[in-house]
Design a protein around this ligand. Structure first.
Ligand SMILES: Cc1cc2nc3c(=O)[nH]c(=O)nc-3n(C[C@H](O)[C@H](O)[C@H](O)COP(=O)(O)OP(=O)(O)OC[C@H]3O[C@@H](n4cnc5c(N)ncnc54)[C@H](O)[C@@H]3O)c2cc1C
Length: 387
């Protein structure tokens, strides 16, 4: 069957059916195991949940069938992600591997790397972290100083990565490092290596959040050996590769749904505490913004399915989406006139307190708002020759 440029790639009734199935599964998991709804990808790290989800074909859905995936479209993956995030399901373990490592391996990985990692990701057994930021390189990623020096059979890596989410629990991380000396063009000479998080010479130290929870790490390399076959893509092409990876990292529902469970809980449990006109106005305003951002994010998913380049659109989704996530928290606080209380009896209030603590990070992680706007501005400038 051929499709026109605008025809949907997934039939609406299939999407509705898929949505129902995912909801039923989450409900069944909740009644069997129970879970405290989490906030977006910060939700509970549960390898057990990831495994069961994968058994239904809902982890690494867009991975082709020959690599153990379901061969679904990005749009179908979007639907599953939306349902999981709306329920605050415990998706923390597999999220990064399925969201961005798998698509990156599909585009840049060798056949051997695809065969090694993709089936394990789709089985919900292989979890990845992201190794981009360094103590002096966040927004300005081209300034990374972690080096990989060629040795017999591979690379020796030295340097330090920071803010590495989940490194203490995951299996591997993809590390951006310099494989050639700094040249005039700083974007040249960078490469990506797949590094085993248990490799000798790697030291993972926790960086605790204000509330004492452990999410981030500093990961220091001292002569860590990485075999040749763990070079991801081409040596020296790391910059181009991460640009394409960031489109997956920035465009999905996890960039606008982190605080969505709070909105649902507000309507379910606390609606009668608020003057109706005030409630309607606030929820109406937030819902309208939510649908606009969702349409944009869905458009990026469609574009990915059609093989389009989406890094600029993804930056816009992340900017609008994460600002929205923060505004949900502020609007609910204003509506209920609540001070955050992490020791409150109600789940809703405890979650609101957690969101108050964590939501400022939404516009930082995955690229700050200023950087995203500069990505969009540069693209506009190059399209329209604005000076
Ligand atoms: C919850 C969370 C999870 C994270 N997880 C990971 C992870 O798993 N792996 C990983 O590698 N990193 C991770 N990070 C790090 C994240 O990517 C960086 O914090 C982010 O890129 C910003 O870098 P920085 O902290 O060094 O700030 P800086 O780059 O120093 O920026 C400081 C401020 O200056 C502004 N600024 C910088 N450059 C410009 C410019 N050119 N124009 C205008 N303003 C500018 C920024 O917008 C920001 O407001 C995570 C961060 C958070 C908060």
């Amino acid at each position: 069957m051929t499709t026109t440029a605008t025809a949907p790639l997934v039939a609406a009734d299939l999407v509705t059916e898929l949505r129902k199935e995912v909801r039923a599964f989450i409900q069944s998991w909740w009644s069997r195991k129970g879970f405290a709804p989490g906030l977006g990808m910060n939700a509970t790290h549960s390898p057990e949940f990831s495994l069961e989800l994968a058994q239904r074909g809902w982890v690494g859905m867009a991975i082709p069938t020959q690599y153990g995936g379901r061969g679904s479209t990005t749009v179908e993956r979007f639907v599953v992600a939306e349902e999981l995030l709306a329920a605050g399901a415990p998706v923390g373990a597999h999220w990064v591997a399925e969201r961005q490592t798998a698509p990156t391996l599909l585009v840049f990985g060798t056949e051997a790397q695809r065969q090694l990692f993709l089936p394990r990701i789709a089985e919900g057994r292989c979890f990845f972290s992201i190794g981009l930021s360094e103590p002096d390189s966040g927004s300005d990623l081209a300034s990374v100083r972690t080096t990989a020096r060629r040795v017999d059979g591979g690379w020796l890596v030295n340097g330090t990565k920071i803010w590495t989410s989940g490194a203490h629990r995951n299996h591997f991380f993809v590390v951006l490092c310099r494989t050639r000396p700094l040249a005039d063009d700083r974007h040249e000479g960078l490469s990506q290596l797949i590094v085993d998080l248990k490799a000798p010479g790697l030291r993972i130290s926790p960086i605790k959040l204000l509330n004492g929870s452990h999410h981030f790490n500093e990961v220091a390399f001292t002569d860590v050996f990485v075999p040749d076959d763990m070079l991801l893509g081409e040596e020296g092409s790391g910059w181009t590769q991460i640009t394409s990876e960031l489109a997956h990292e920035r465009s999905g529902p996890d960039r606008f749904m982190s605080t969505y469970p709070l909105l649902e809980q507000l309507l379910r449990d606390r609606a009668t505490d608020v003057e109706p006109a005030y409630l309607n106005e606030t929820v109406g305003r937030l819902t309208a913004r939510y649908w606009m951002i969702r349409q944009l994010s869905l458009a990026v998913a469609h574009a990915i399915d059609r093989g389009g380049s989406t890094s600029v659109q993804a930056a816009i989704v992340k900017d609008l989406g994460t600002t929205f996530e923060q505004d949900v928290v502020a609007s609910i606080q204003a509506l209920l006139e609540l001070d955050p209380d992490p020791t409150a009896d109600s789940l809703f209030e405890r979650q609101l307190a957690e969101a108050t603590l964590i939501s400022p990070s939404y516009t930082i992680r995955g690229g700050t708002t200023e950087v995203l706007r500069s990505v969009a501005a540069k693209a506009l400038r190059s399209t329209h020759h604005v000076r």
